[in-house]
Design a protein around this ligand. Structure first.
Ligand code: AP5
Ligand code: MG
Length: 225
């Protein structure tokens, strides 16, 4: 198993792909899910970030790094970073933390999905209250009606930040901040881009699987050098 960063605009399909991989034993670290969980439990952290999340704005790098660092104490391999890093500063901090904890980042996968497709999808998205797994009224539904495929949860909600104007803000902000991060990972040859436009989660998943096979091959070849 590899350690992977998943990037992509809001609604590009990160969570959907990651949930498919969790079934193969991967562990997801999603700052968004952690924060939504804190808000649901009405903790002091939840109270302090609620407004920012509702507006679709990023929370401070320092807080994010603290949350991430805590999560990494329990895992060394098969880690998926869901939508992290979100700023170049976070990318650099991540590199330092991973080095300190002796964890190797194997690749960064960006899911590239057009804005128009995303806006259509988010209008129909609903998520599991317990684990945050994402479904779609017009698309991917739980296999057993009313029961989450990932955790068996029975309650579903619509995310506060899925209001269309908030989604538009999140899309604009991603364009602004992702360029530097993607360039950074491109330079160190970790970046792979897959298409999220197909309308089928299986097709995107096949592309993700292809990236993982390439990583495997690269690792095998490296043994001969
Ligand atoms: P976060 O939870 O990370 O949200 P996001 O990046 O905006 O992305 P989403 O979760 O909305 O989309 P997704 O790509 O997972 O799409 P999904 O698979 O659901 O962050 C939320 C907030 O937390 C941020 O705004 C910020 O405030 C804070 N935060 C988080 N990380 C932070 C950080 N590092 N620094 C600072 N602040 C941070 O798919 C969308 C829909 O499409 C679903 O309905 C799905 O069923 C459907 N779908 C998916 N794939 C397909 C397909 N191939 N075909 C058809 N339908 C599909
Ligand atoms: Mg998500």
């Amino acid at each position: 198993m590899y350690n992977i960063v998943f990037m992509g605009k809001s609604g590009s399909g990160k969570g959907t792909q990651i949930n498919l991989m969790i079934k193969n034993g991967y562990h997801k670290i999603s700052i968004g899910d952690i924060l939504r969980n804190e808000i649901a439990k009405d903790t002091s952290l939840g109270k302090s970030v609620k407004k920012l999340l509702e507006k679709g704005k990023l929370i401070s790098d320092d807080l994010v790094i603290k949350l991430l660092s805590k999560e990494l104490d329990n895992h060394k391999t098969g880690i998926i970073f869901d939508g992290f890093p979100r700023t170049l500063n976070q990318a650099k901090k991540l590199e330092k933390i991973l080095k300190k904890k002796n964890i190797k980042l194997d690749c960064v996968i960006e899911i590239d999905t057009p804005d128009s497709v995303i806006l259509d999808r988010i209008r129909e998205r609903y998520t599991c209250k317990k684990c945050g797994a994402s479904y779609n009224k017009k698309g991917v539904q739980p296999k057993k009606e009313g029961i989450c495929d990932v955790c068996g949860g029975k309650e579903f909600i619509t995310r506060q930040d899925d209001e269309i104007n908030v989604v538009k803000t999140r899309l604009k902000d991603y364009k602004k901040t992702s360029k530097d991060i993607l360039n950074y990972y491109k330079k160190i040859e970790l970046l792979y881009i897959v298409s999220g436009a197909s309308g089928s989660q299986t097709e995107t998943n096949e592309q993700v699987e292809t990236v993982l096979r390439i990583i495997n091959l690269k690792n095998e070849l490296a043994k001969f050098h």
